[in-house]
Ligand binder design. Structure first.
Ligand SMILES: NC(=O)c1ccc[n+]([C@@H]2O[C@H](COP(=O)([O-])OP(=O)(O)OC[C@H]3O[C@@H](n4cnc5c(N)ncnc54)[C@H](OP(=O)(O)O)[C@@H]3O)[C@@H](O)[C@H]2O)c1
Length: 256
């Protein structure tokens, strides 16, 4: 389906989220009409409530929704249901394509939230609408929550995670660019990441220092983590050809 770069009607799921919020702003600045989707806007991508009405007249759906849990089973249930609903309701509404935000390296990990994202990509690709995938590195805005999950009794137990942290706004720009591509090549994957490799432990140390937090950091392979080696070997790092853009985590932190 041929699309115009201007004046598309674009639905954004998780329009209130870390990447969804700047995405809505960017799309509106570029002249698109945005339909925001979130439970707080009366539309639920898992139950399907309000979805048919929200997608009426929409040309492109950008899917940035996620559930609250990093647990593999819960996240998989969320993504499989949302992917099926978006494909079905999107096709019924006459939409032309879906752009989805995913995560760099997900297919190199054995389980957890990464496996749920693989299930999301696959389920979307089984549907009638062509799907364009933008895989992103971990967001600067997510470090606080990610590290918070791993703090026990004043100690942050962090994996040896090599990542190229990126600002959510940079990811939002890449998603907006993908939505404006004249033709969608079904299943095409591109990557977006920050300007330099970082370690999660280094980012956590900078975050704690900026807030005066006194948590001790212990970096190392966590017992029973099937993906510890993959993270340490750089499976979450971007591949050649990825779009890289600043700010770095430190620059972002200082500006915030
Ligand atoms: N965070 C990262 O570092 C990172 C890195 C790479 C890729 N990603 C991917 O980027 C996407 C967005 O992540 P994020 O961190 O920006 O998310 P987030 O800030 O946690 O936002 C979650 C959003 O999902 C919406 N939502 C939750 N359940 C919903 C439902 N049933 N129906 C409709 N909307 C629902 C929430 O709004 P309501 O509560 O109002 O429904 C909220 O807007 C995810 O797919 C994630 O896998 C994230």
């Amino acid at each position: 389906m041929q699309t115009e770069n201007r004046n598309q009607r674009i639905a954004v799921t998780a329009a209130t989220g870390r990447v969804g919020s700047p995405l809505v702003e960017i799309l509106e600045q570029r002249g698109h009409e945005v339909v925001p989707i979130a439970r707080s806007r009366g539309v639920d991508v898992v139950s399907g409530e309000g979805l048919a009405e929200a997608l009426a007249g929409v040309e492109t759906i950008i899917d940035t929704a996620t559930g609250p849990s990093p647990d593999q089973e819960e996240a998989t249930a969320f993504f499989v249901a949302s992917a099926r609903n978006l494909q079905r309701a999107g096709a019924d509404a006459g939409a032309g394509r879906i752009v989805v935000v995913s995560i760099i390296g997900i297919d190199k990990f054995k389980g957890g939230y990464n496996a749920a994202k693989v299930a999301q990509e696959q389920t979307l690709l089984e549907g009638p609408l062509p799907v364009r995938i933008v895989r992103a590195a971990q967001f600067h805005e997510f470090v606080d929550q990610l590290v918070g999950w791993m703090i026990r009794d004043g100690v942050a137990y962090l994996p040896e995670m090599r990542t190229q942290l990126v600002a959510a706004r940079v990811v939002a720009e890449a998603l907006a660019d993908a939505a404006e591509e004249p033709e969608i090549e079904n299943g095409r994957i591109t990557e977006v990441a920050g300007p330099q490799e970082e370690r999660l432990a280094g980012a956590a140390a900078a975050l704690f220092a900026s807030r005066g937090d006194l948590f001790e950091i212990r970096e190392g392979r966590q017992p029973g983590d099937p993906d510890g080696t993959a993270y340490a070997e750089g499976a979450a790092l971007p591949n050649p050809g990825a779009k890289l853009a600043g700010p770095s985590f430190g620059e972002w932190l200082r500006a915030a």
